[in-house]
Design a protein around this ligand. Structure first.
Ligand SMILES: *Cc1c(COP(=O)(O)O)cnc(C)c1O
Length: 451
């Protein structure tokens, strides 16, 4: 095979490839060893192709170095990277839920860069509490006697039930044994906390009498779980927190309410109870997530009676689910904004945009793209919050010969990745969770995706 022999002889040596200004630049950026390894692998692959007869021409040196550069750049890309959320769902768990406020990001940067008084009391110079300043803010915002923050909403329930049930029984309605997403089921968490789960009522109806009949000397907690991502409609009945609290008090039991979303401000027309309302109705403890409607970092909040919180503070699980300094910084900054200027919390602001604002944003995108069509959409808060409340939004709809799946995949491969929603063979870019500042980046990504 004289042809392949010649080609093999013509393959350049790694040393020769390194003697160029392009190679020098790659060495500076990625290191000499990495460049040599990538070039060796590429030359070995070419040798295999030549021997197999599938290569008839060797790429020139410049393209070999360009290929090496592209490979090195891909290798150094982070797996976790930015995305533009054009799905029309503000709290998208798969896309990281709440974007943080500028103030929260600045607070994270401040404590991440150096040291901080995480567990150090600056007035006494002695050991201090990790969540002290946060607890004061939470009390002020919700009227709770006491408060605590942990790693996430699931950790908050696990910890609360582990500490309060003490291996006894926890009574919960059959209509509230929900799966939140990603296989996370409330009953599994209850059992993991060492409690015995006692289900009462029917899927569509659970009355106070059902709870009362299930109480035994082993009962410790009456649990109320927000239905989050689904609704029972039609012939239904649920027992409100206030009635559960009265029953619990007469039997010396505790009421724990997992609200899921952590609403701080009353929202006109929304059936969701706020944290303050659930506490005022008589719940001994209320738990929720920090990164749903609260608009903060991943966190779980536990609010309620001092006596109940005291049992949680001394539970060994607390150490395993405590918050890190960066999340604490972001959470405190977000809560400060909720107290003084809630409109600066991105999730709060996004959910209050007018249809006109969203229409204008879609029009701006359409102008930048030069293709597509304007379309009215129904968008959602997401994160198990306000599931049946549709938000009037606007999108740019793209219908291309290559198909919506193909375009969606090409957009996901961009940096930042762009995630849209496919509907009736078209790709919709919904404006609800896209910012004005992201529009030019989104347009660039689309141009690159279309090649
Ligand atoms: C979201 C949710 C949880 C879980 O909270 P994470 O912060 O995701 O751990 C628990 N209960 C309800 C009702 C929820 O909606």
């Amino acid at each position: 095979m004289p042809m392949s022999k010649n080609l093999l002889r013509d393959l350049p040596q790694v040393q020769k490839l390194l003697e160029s200004s392009e190679a020098d630049a790659l060495c500076t950026e990625y290191g000499r060893t990495c460049l040599i390894n990538v070039l060796r692998d590429d030359l070995a692959a070419l040798r295999t192709q030549i021997t197999a007869g599938s290569l008839t021409e060797i790429p020139d040196r410049q393209s070999l170095l360009a290929r090496a550069g592209a490979k090195l750049s891909l290798r150094s890309r982070l797996g976790l990277r930015r995305a533009i959320n054009a799905t029309g769902i503000v709290l998208h768990t798969n896309l990281g839920r709440a974007p943080l406020a500028a103030e929260a990001i600045a607070a994270v940067e401040d404590v991440a860069r150096g040291y901080c008084n995480l567990e150090f009391d600056l007035s006494t110079g002695k050991r201090g509490s990790r969540t002290h300043s946060l607890e004061n803010l939470l009390r002020e915002l919700t009227g709770a006697e006491a408060a605590l923050a942990v790693n996430n909403g699931a950790a908050a329930i696990l910890l609360a039930l582990s500490a309060l049930s003490d291996g006894g029984e926890v009574i919960v309605s059959r209509g509230e044994l929900v799966e939140i997403g990603g296989g996370f089921r409330v009953p599994d968490v209850i059992r993991q906390g060492g409690a015995k789960l006692v289900e009462v009522g029917a899927t569509n109806k659970t009355r106070l009498a059902d709870y009362r009949a299930a109480i035994t000397p082993e009962t410790r907690v009456l649990l109320k779980v927000h239905q989050s991502n689904f609704r029972t409609i039609g012939f239904t009945a649920e027992t409100p927190i206030g009635e559960l609290a009265q029953l619990a008090r007469s039997k010396n039991l505790l009421v724990v309410a997992d609200l899921g979303s952590g609403l701080l401000h009353e929202t006109p027309g929304s059936p969701e109870p706020t944290l303050s309302q659930a506490l005022a109705a008589g719940a001994d403890l209320v738990t929720c997530s920090g990164d749903k409607l609260l608009g903060g970092p991943q966190a779980g909040l536990i609010l309620g009676k001092e006596s109940a919180l005291d049992r949680i503070r001394t539970h060994p699980l607390l150490r395993a689910v405590r918050l890190d300094k960066m999340s604490l910084a972001a959470l405190e900054a977000t809560l400060l904004l909720h107290r003084d200027t809630p409109e600066r919390v991105p999730v709060y602001a996004m959910l209050r945009q007018s249809s006109g604002t969203l229409q204008r944003r879609a029009e701006s995108l359409l102008t930048l793209l030069g293709i597509g069509a304007l379309e009215r959409t129904e968008a959602f808060a997401g994160g198990g919050s306000l599931p049946e409340e549709r938000i009037e939004s606007w999108a740019v709809a793209l219908k291309l010969p290559g198909g919506a799946d193909h375009l969606a995949a090409a957009l996901r491969a961009q940096t930042p990745a762009v995630i849209g929603r496919i509907s009736e063979g078209r790709l919709l870019l919904d404006m609800l969770a896209v910012t004005d500042a992201e529009l030019p980046v989104l347009a660039e990504a689309l141009k690159a995706a279309l090649g």
